[in-house]
Design a binder for this molecule. Sequence first.
Ligand code: SAM
Length: 303
Amino acid sequence: SIHHLEYPPSPAQMDWSTHFPAFFEPPTAEGQGSKNLKGKKVEFADVGCGFGGLSISLAPLFPETLMLGLEIRVQVTQYVSDKIRALRLNPGSVDPDNAEDVAAAAAEGTAHPEDEPAAKRQKVEAKDAKKSKVRGIKPELMPPEGYAYDNVSVLRANAMKFLPNFFEKGQLSKIFFLFPDPHFKARKHKARIISPTLLAEYAYVLRPGGLLYTITDVPDLHIWMTSHIGAFPLFQRLTDEEIDNIGLTSGEGVVGYEGSDLQRERERAVMEAVKKRTEEGRKVERNQGGKEWSVWRRLPDPE
Ligand code: SAM
């Protein structure tokens, strides 16, 4: 149940089958982890994902990559979980940004488009294509036909605790901290999501060459985050030019692809999503607030 904060004793004992049934089978014995069907592991972690806008918009861009939102609030986690369920049931016809659409589809349990009559399916696909244009997904970045949000999930967890219980050393290729800590000033140093102790954990779960992203509309928080990450020996900040070229240079094997123009386009879409696709990011946009971001490469461990 998402009402309890449960965590596995080790990543190997985690049951991912409830999160990614297309990728894992349930454990066959108690204390064992799920059976990995396709050799995939969670690679993107959206820490404090809120209403899930980032992960849900990245999922179709990286259909082969498993991504997970981590959220501490029960109702918010439930909402994201419902939203993902609705999208899986009916990937074409649900607008993930429309709460009513999501609730209706979740309640209705609508069939997968594969089961729908061709005429209706075509309509759905046309709507989908239109929507993706609106969302700025370039046609070449569209997921393959039949894509159904199987690669995205949400976990209720306190991301400031037990992260290494869920993820192995070097498992993640991206970790996001988007609009964290709105009450930053009121919090004690130790209670902040970016701190020297926690940075050691983030560096542990992030692979060399992997990327850490931050964005905030709170200038003091931006200073706090960038100064602490900057002081941490395992992270190197990317310049604006480097940010623009993520994916083109393969670097330390960032996110595991050969560098290519297409990969760069995909990574540019990631930056767009970081800035504009989260609920908090949109709120800031509506209020015409400023945003400051940073991207950091996880350096190799010293010899
Ligand atoms: N990233 C989302 C966005 O940009 O729309 C949400 C931003 S919201 C201001 C911060 C979120 O972090 C909240 O939903 C809050 O519940 C969550 N959060 C705070 N501390 C957390 C923790 N220790 N573990 C997991 N989530 C946390």
